[in-house]
Design a protein around this ligand. Structure first.
Ligand SMILES: *[C@@H]1O[C@H](CO)[C@@H](O)[C@H](O)[C@H]1NC(C)=O
Ligand SMILES: *[C@@H]1O[C@H](CO)[C@@H](O)[C@H](O)[C@H]1NC(C)=O
Ligand SMILES: *[C@@H]1O[C@H](CO)[C@@H](O)[C@H](O)[C@H]1NC(C)=O
Length: 220
């Protein structure tokens, strides 16, 4: 049993690529996935890699990991690396966060163990690597799910099948109704004797009441 990672869509990767290219120009490059999906109760991995034009110097290098639970909420720092590693706000995560990266290998990955629905939100990975003047920033949105989503293809197939099936059923129903109404009308006309037609004709005004009138004489 392990965590389950869902394949990222092409869109976010392209955005990351474009952003990375922009950041390369400015010196500091931070690479993160736009969104991480995790099943509740499993371990969620928040990868963060950086690339700098300067060699990492532990005396100057620093990392902050912050968490923002909602759009308007403020960021809370939960991990700081400044010469050494320190954890903050551990009540929120109840000792479930762990820095598993290795800064000397440009890896700033964080793990959230036994991930909960309350952990959903945005995670920011900030890196400073002086003399590189730019502060690198990575933003990851964590999505926690309570069950494995069904296969997308089969879902689509079922949906398409159901809607096509439903549509056909409605069309068939309408055809049957139209056919029945027509047949009934025809039967009514056929069962009426010539008198009916004459009456309708002699009615002269050609209104739709002809049929109704025609039915009256049939009552014994
Ligand atoms: C995930 O969340 C659901 C609903 O809150 C809960 O019933 C289930 O036990 C949780 N699973 C794990 C592995 O924590
Ligand atoms: C966030 O703040 C803005 C302005 O302060 C407000 O208009 C908006 O409704 C807030 N959104 C939420 C989700 O609270
Ligand atoms: C981390 O946070 C501290 C205190 O808020 C700040 O002084 C420092 O510049 C931050 N470092 C990074 C890399 O964002």
């Amino acid at each position: 049993m392990g965590r389950r990672e869902y394949p990222a869509a092409a869109g976010p990767s392209l955005v990351i690529l474009a952003l990375s290219l922009l950041v390369v120009v400015s010196g500091m490059e931070v690479t993160v996935p736009a969104t991480v999906y995790a099943l509740n109760g499993t371990d969620a991995r928040l990868p963060c890699k950086f690339n700098s034009c300067y060699k990492m110097d532990n005396k100057l290098f620093s990392v902050n990991w912050t968490y923002k639970s909602c759009e308007n909420c403020s960021e809370e720092m939960f991990i700081q690396y400044n010469k050494k590693l320190s954890y903050h706000n551990l009540e929120r995560f109840q000792n479930r966060v762990e820095f598993t990266g290795n800064p000397t290998k440009n890896d700033l990955t964080v793990m959230i163990h036994d991930v909960q629905l309350q952990d959903i939100g945005d995670y920011y990975c900030y890196v400073l690597n002086p003399p590189d003047r730019d502060r690198g920033t990575g933003k990851i949105h964590l999505e926690v799910r309570t069950e494995v989503p069904p296969e997308r293809d089969s879902t689509v197939a079922v949906l398409v099948g159901a809607s096509v099936g439903g549509f056909l059923a409605i069309v068939i129903l309408i055809l049957v109704i139209v056919k029945c109404v027509r047949r009934k009308k025809q039967q009514n006309l056929n069962s009426e004797d010539q008198k009916t037609e004459e009456e309708v004709k002699t009615d002269g005004e050609g209104n739709t009441g002809g049929e109704l009138k025609a039915a009256i004489p049939e009552v014994p």
